[in-house]
Write a protein that binds this ligand. Structure first.
Ligand code: ATP
Ligand code: MG
Length: 594
C-alpha cells in the first residue's frame, strides 16, 4: 500500500499552482449556494455587524473631542464625553469579541452539520474517487475558515467601508492642502496592500500545500509501518519523510522572508505618510491656515483612513481566500446524493430476491453480464466462482451501493428502486468480505444495526449463534471490551463472528454474506453454518463462499465465470452439469485454494 508516489516528493502533485489557477477564476456561485443552504445564525451575524458599525462610529467621534480640547475649549462635559467614547469603544470591542467568537463556533457547527448531512448521503462511488483525507480537511479546515469569515470578516469589512467613507467625508472638511497630502499617499498604501495581499495569498496556499503534502505522506505510511518493517525499508521512508519536512520548512522560511519584506514596506509607507502630514501641517500652521487642534484631529483621521484602507483590503483578500474554501466545500456538497425515490418499506415485504438480466460496469468494462438468478425466501443461495468473477459485485448491487446498468433487481416481486433506500438496507444483514468494525465496545458493535437499547439477553443470543459468546465471556470486560480502531485488537475470525452476530441481531429478512466464514476454524465455521441453515427457514440467505464444503449444503448454487452465470443448481446437479463447478470441487479436494 505504500506506493512510490507518496514516498517521492517530486512525483506527487499537490498542485498549489492548480489551486491558484482555480482561485483566480472562482465564481461567487458556491458562496451564495452555501449562504442559502447552511442555517447560519443570521441574528447574531447582524448583531456583530451592528456592534462593529457602532464601534466605527465612536472611533470617528473621538478626534473631534481632542480637537476641541487642544483648541482650549475644555469643559468637564467635553472631557467626560471623550472618556465615555473611549470607554464605549473598549466595551464594544469586548462585546464584539464575545459575540463574534460565539457566532464563529456556532457557524462552524452549522457548516459541519451541513457537510456531514451531505457527505453521509453520497454514493459509495464518490468515496472511491475522493480521498477521505481531503474530505476531512474540508469538514475541518475549510469550514473553520468560512465560519470565521462569516462572523469576523464580514462585520470588519462593513465597518471598514463605513468608517472609510465617513473619514473621507470628514477629512475633506479640513484645509484642502492637508486633504490632498493624504490622498496622494493612498495609492502607495493601496499598491502595497494589493502586492502584499497577492503575496500572502500565494504563500498561504503554498504553505498549506506543503503542510498537507507532509501530513498526507505520514498518514499514508504510518498505518502500514508493519509493511515498511517487513521489507526493511525504514531508512528509505525516513529519508522520504525528512524530504517532505525539509520542503515544508523551506516554504515556511520563504513565507517568513516575504512577511518581513511586506511589514518593512508598510512601516516605510507609514513613515512617509506621517512625515507628509507633519511637514504639510507645520507649513499650514505657520501660514495660520489651521490651528493645532485641527492639525491633531486631522492626523488622527488620516491614521483612521489609512487603517481602514488596509482593513478593507485585508478583508477583501480574506473573502477571496474563502471563495476557494467555498468552492472546495461546494464540490463535495453538490455531488449527486444516492438515488432514493422509492416509497415502499422493504421490511414490510417478504419474498425472493431476483436478478433479471443484470449487467453492470464500475467503469467501462462490464463486470456483470446478463446475470439472472433467484435467491428464494426460506432457502440458502450460494454464489461460487473464481476470483474476480463478480461475486462481491452481485452483493454490492443487492445492497444498492451501485445501480445496475441494465436489467433489474427485485424483492418480493417489486423493483428494488421502489423501496425506500434506508428501509432497504435495514432489511439486509450484510457481512462483508473484510469485516469492518467501528471503534467502540464489542457490545456496541454487535448492536450497531439496531435502534434503541438492546437487552443483554438479545446480545448474548446473537453472539452465541455467531459462535463468539464464549470468547466474549472469557474477556475481563466482556461485551464492554474496546475493539480498537477497525477492530485492531481482534483476530480476523473474531471480527468476522462479531459482524455475523451484528447481522443476526438486526433480524433483517435478507442475509448477505461475502466469504464471511473464510477466517474461521473448522469448528466455528460448522457452528456458524448451522446457525445460517436455521436462520434460512425464515430468511433469504445469499452467500459467497470460496470453500466448497461451505456451499455444498446450499439449496441453490450459482456458478459465476468471467462476469456471467455459467450454471446454477444444487451441488448434486452441478457436479454433473457444470465442468467449472466440478473442477472447483476437485481442485479443493486436492488441496488447491481457489
Ligand atoms: N470499486 C471498484 N471499481 C472498479 N472495479 C472494481 C471495483 N470493485 C471490483 N472491481 C473489479 O470488478 C471485478 C469483479 O470484482 P469482484 O470483487 O466482484 O470479484 P469477486 O468475484 O468477488 O472476487 P474475489 O473472489 O477475489 O473476492 C474485478 O475485476 C475487480 O477488479
Ligand atoms: Mg469478492
Amino acid at each position: 500500500m505504500i506506493n512510490k508516489k507518496t514516498s517521492a516528493p517530486q512525483m506527487m502533485h499537490t498542485s498549489h499552482e492548480e489551486l491558484e489557477r482555480q482561485n483566480k477564476r472562482q465564481s461567487w456561485k458556491p458562496f451564495w449556494h452555501l449562504i442559502k443552504n447552511v442555517k447560519f445564525p443570521w441574528l447574531l451575524i447582524i448583531v456583530c455587524i451592528i456592534l462593529n458599525l457602532a464601534q466605527g462610529q465612536l472611533s470617528l467621534m473621538f478626534p473631534q473631542y481632542t480637537q476641541e480640547i487642544y483648541n482650549g475649549n475644555f469643559t468637564v462635559a467635553l472631557a467626560v464625553t471623550a472618556v465615555l467614547v473611549v470607554l464605549g469603544q473598549a466595551i464594544l470591542t469586548a462585546a464584539i469579541q464575545c459575540v463574534a467568537r460565539y457566532t464563529s463556533h456556532l457557524n462552524h457547527m452549522r457548516f459541519q452539520n451541513y457537510i456531514w448531512r451531505k457527505l453521509s448521503r453520497l454514493p459509495i462511488s464518490y468515496f472511491e474517487k475522493n480521498e477521505p483525507r481531503d474530505l476531512i480537511s474540508r469538514t475541518t479546515q475549510d469550514t473553520l475558515s468560512m465560519s470565521e469569515f462569516m462572523s469576523y470578516s464580514i462585520s470588519y469589512w462593513l465597518r471598514g467601508i463605513y468608517t472609510l467613507v465617513m473619514t473621507v467625508v470628514l477629512i475633506t472638511g479640513y484645509d484642502w492642502r492637508l486633504t490632498v497630502s493624504q490622498f496622494i499617499c493612498i495609492p502607495l498604501t493601496y499598491a502595497i496592500g494589493v502586492i502584499a495581499g497577492r503575496i500572502y495569498f500565494k504563500m498561504n496556499n503554498r504553505v498549506q500545500g506543503r503542510l498537507s503534502d507532509a501530513t498526507r505522506y505520514f498518514a499514508a505510511v504510518l498505518p502500514y509501518l508493519t509493511l515498511v518493517k517487513l521489507f526493511g525499508q525504514e531508512t528509505r521512508e525516513e529519508k522520504a519523510g525528512n524530504s517532505w519536512l525539509a520542503n515544508q520548512f523551506k516554504t515556511q522560511m520563504q513565507n517568513a522572508v516575504y512577511g518581513l519584506a511586506i511589514s518593512f514596506a508598510e512601516t516605510v509607507t507609514d513613515l512617509i505618510r506621517t512625515l507628509v502630514i507633519i511637514f504639510t501641517g507645520l507649513w499650514l500652521l505657520r501660514e495660520g491656515a489651521i490651528d493645532i487642534g485641527q492639525w491633531i484631529a486631522f492626523y488622527q483621521y488620516a491614521n483612521l483612513l489609512n487603517g481602514n484602507v488596509r482593513s478593507v483590503m485585508a478583508q477583501w483578500q480574506a473573502l477571496k481566500r474563502n471563495q476557494g474554501a467555498c468552492a472546495r466545500i461546494a464540490a463535495a456538497t453538490d455531488a449527486e446524493p444516492e438515488e432514493n425515490t422509492g416509497k415502499l418499506n422493504a421490511g414490510e415485504a417478504s419474498g425472493n430476491v431476483e436478478f433479471k438480466n443484470v449487467s453492470f460496469a464500475y467503469e467501462e468494462q462490464n463486470v456483470l453480464n446478463d446475470v439472472s438468478f433467484t435467491a428464494e425466501h426460506g432457502k440458502v443461495t450460494a454464489i461460487v466462482g473464481p476470483s474476480g468473477a463478480g461475486k462481491s459485485t452481485i452483493l454490492n448491487l443487492v445492497e444498492r451501493f451501485y445501480l445496475p446498468g441494465q436489467g433489474s433487481i427485485s424483492w418480493a416481486g417489486k423493483d428494488a428502486r421502489e423501496y425506500e433506500l434506508q428501509s432497504w438496507r435495514r432489511n439486509i444483514g450484510y457481512i462483508p468480505q473484510d469485516a469492518q468494525l467501528l471503534s467502540g465496545t464489542i457490545g456496541e458493535n454487535i448492536a450497531h444495526g439496531v435502534d434503541g437499547p438492546v437487552s443483554r439477553e438479545r446480545l448474548e443470543d446473537a453472539a452465541r449463534r455467531a459462535d463468539i459468546l464464549d470468547y466474549i465471556k472469557s474477556l475481563p470486560q466482556g461485551f464492554d471490551t474496546q475493539v480498537g480502531e477497525n477492530g485492531a485488537r481482534l483476530s480476523g475470525g473474531q471480527k468476522q463472528r462479531i459482524a455475523i452476530a451484528r447481522a443476526i441481531l438486526m433480524n433483517s429478512q435478507i442475509l448477505v454474506l461475502d466469504e464471511a466464514t473464510s477466517n474461521l476454524d473448522a469448528e466455528s465455521e460448522y457452528n456458524v453454518n448451522r446457525t445460517l441453515k436455521e436462520l434460512s427457514k425464515d430468511h433469504t440467505v445469499l452467500m459467497v463462499a470460496h470453500r466448497m464444503d461451505t456451499v455444498r449444503d446450499a439449496d441453490k448454487i450459482v456458478v459465476m465465470e468471467r462476469s456471467r452465470v455459467s450454471a446454477q443448481g444444487t451441488h448434486g446437479e452441478l457436479m454433473t452439469a457444470s465442468p467449472l463447478y466440478r473442477r472447483l470441487v476437485e481442485l479443493q479436494r486436492a488441496g488447491v485454494e481457489v
